[in-house]
Design a binder for this molecule. Structure first.
Ligand code: 6LW
Length: 511
């Protein structure tokens, strides 16, 4: 057996430009690539949805009773008529949704920016589904649609217009049942003048209608601003303290804060969910887990919202899991960027999973993947390669990924960064072995956000294949709106997976 040896991890020292570690200060309520949160309340129950871009099933749906602890209920767009798997390129597909409960039904509106005929609306009585086939609202050209109803039941769609009149927040009354847009869209308030006014949400509180927007772009300048009016259609006047939330030009460990949604509680208090990232490494700093969902408190002062970021601080929750694929159904954490999961991954009646190869219509990889959730983690899978070959994949997008490929007695690491693809390390394994493939994100040994390490365990002995600077699988390098996912795919034949383990490493763990 030939192998590259495992290197000991040097101790980590913070570089001068690196922000304080976020592990015990501000942590997301929904970690990992879960951006553009939209939240609503029904009685004592809160529900939250995220954008999901090229991944199918799309739009993760979460439930909570306390706003801090969230359980993944399912994915709202889980059928091909709602979102066809593999049709969207990286960071296209399903953009920001709005989730609302009105008149006994849950409503979700979003934009599939990959050639769908308008704003996509689905509804359900039970948030766990089934959700209806989509209705498409034509003629509203833009993204980030919001739903709001006035007292007489008139429904308003407020959205970020991207039509020839230029970018800005627009609004029209609609008939959700028929998909009819009932008037020519009007322009509302479009922020304080920062770039990219977007992500509008409309609320009624007391005598005022409030229009919340994001502006400044979804990068370091990201901000949240608000305006109010006497009527849903304006005219809107901005808050004197805008932006009401932003971490721009600060050393706060959570950056890019924006794209927010407000929610009230049964006791009359208010909170805000928003997206943020946790960049690390030297300037310009790199985030790898995508845009995550955070929570803050809201106080109302002079009929304007004031964000209280200290209301919900807490320790890092345990995110580790083991999946043995029992029960014949896949956990909703799994999604594929290419071919739909039903064609490539089958949970076996007695437990375990069978994988088959299959790339999506545009060539995107068909793989069973889940979002990475932490700064440091290990993901490993026990594979039986008796009838095929397979890979463990860590992916940011089509052009930024790495994987451990295991076939015919050879295990090797392949890394793709932009147009460059390299084979970085290999180990010969006894034919027919049961193997454990492993990927890890560990403390950085260079100036990047972390190190990515790929290895294989054969007969209880670990063989490192490669370890490299994780910035090459970061959004600052790859661009786009998503974050890392990790998972498995078959390359040839069938591959049986008995168990998958995701282990969160904390500062106390051996990184
Ligand atoms: C989304 C826009 C944004 O539609 O990024 O951060 C876009 N905000 O509102 C994609 O998530």
């Amino acid at each position: 057996m030939t192998t590259t040896s495992t290197q000991p991890t040097p101790a980590r020292t913070r570089t001068p430009h690196e922000a304080p570690d976020a592990l015990t200060s501000v942590v997301p309520i929904i970690p990992g690539f879960h951006p553009d949160p939209s939240v609503c309340r029904v009685g004592d129950d809160y529900y939250l949805a995220n954008s999901s871009f090229e991944y199918a099933p799309g739009v993760p749906l979460w439930h909570s009773r306390d706003l801090l602890t969230w359980t993944l209920v399912g994915n709202i767009l889980d059928r091909p008529d709602q979102f066809p798997a593999g049709h969207a390129p990286s960071s296209r597909g399903v953009f920001a949704p709005t989730l609302r409960h009105h008149d006994g039904r849950f409503w979700l509106i979003t934009t599939d920016v990959s050639d769908r005929p308008g704003q996509l609306v689905v509804s359900a009585e039970d948030p766990a589904g089934p959700w209806t086939a989509p209705t498409f609202l034509g003629g509203l050209h833009g993204i980030d649609p919001d739903l709001a109803w006035d007292d007489d039941g008139t429904c308003y769609v407020t959205y970020c217009a991207t039509d020839p009149d230029g970018v800005g927040i627009a609004q029209a009354r609609v008939d959700l049942e028929s998909g009819a847009v009932l008037e020519t869209p009007r322009r509302l308030w479009s922020g304080t003048g920062l770039a990219h006014p977007e992500a509008p949400h409309l609320y009624r509180r007391g005598a005022y209608w409030y229009l919340l927007v994001a502006e400044g772009g979804t990068e370091r300048g990201h901000s949240v601003s608000i305006a109010r009016a006497d009527r849903p259609d304006g005219p809107y006047v901005g808050a004197p303290a805008n932006p009401v939330l932003s971490h721009r030009s600060t050393t706060h460990p959570v950056q890019n804060t924006g794209h927010a949604d407000l929610v009230d509680s049964a006791d009359g208090s208010w909170a805000v969910v928003y997206l943020g990232v946790r960049p690390r490494g030297v300037t310009p700093m790199f985030h790898v887990n995508g845009r995550e969902t955070f929570l803050a408190g809201i106080d109302w002062v002079d009929y304007w919202p004031v964000v209280d970021e200290d209301r919900y601080l807490r320790p890092v929750p345990d995110t580790s899991y083991t999946d043995t694929f029992d029960g014949g159904e896949l956990h909703p954490r799994w999604a594929s960027p290419g071919t739909g999961l039903p064609e490539i991954a089958e949970a076996q009646p007695g437990g375990g999973l069978r994988l088959r190869p299959g790339d999506g219509p545009r060539g995107a990889v068909g793989a069973l993947t889940a979002r990475t959730l932490d700064h440091a983690w290990r993901f490993e899978a026990d594979l039986d390669l008796g009838h095929g070959s397979g890979a463990l994949l860590l992916r940011l997008d089509d052009a930024h990924w790495c994987e451990v490929r295991a076939d015919a007695g050879l295990v090797r690491a392949v890394v793709r960064i932009g147009p460059l693809e390299s084979h970085l390390g290999a180990t010969v394994t006894p034919t027919g072995s049961s193997l454990t493939l492993r990927a890890e994100a560990l403390g950085p040994t260079t100036d990047g956000p972390d190190d990515v390490r790929l290895s294989v365990v054969v007969d209880g002995t670990e063989h490192e294949l490669t370890r490299f600077d994780g910035r090459y699988l970061s959004t600052e390098v790859a661009g786009g709106f998503t974050g890392r996912v990790v998972g498995l795919r078959a390359l040839d034949g069938t591959v049986d997976v008995s168990e998958v383990r995701y282990t969160q490493f904390t500062r106390d763990s051996t990184e």
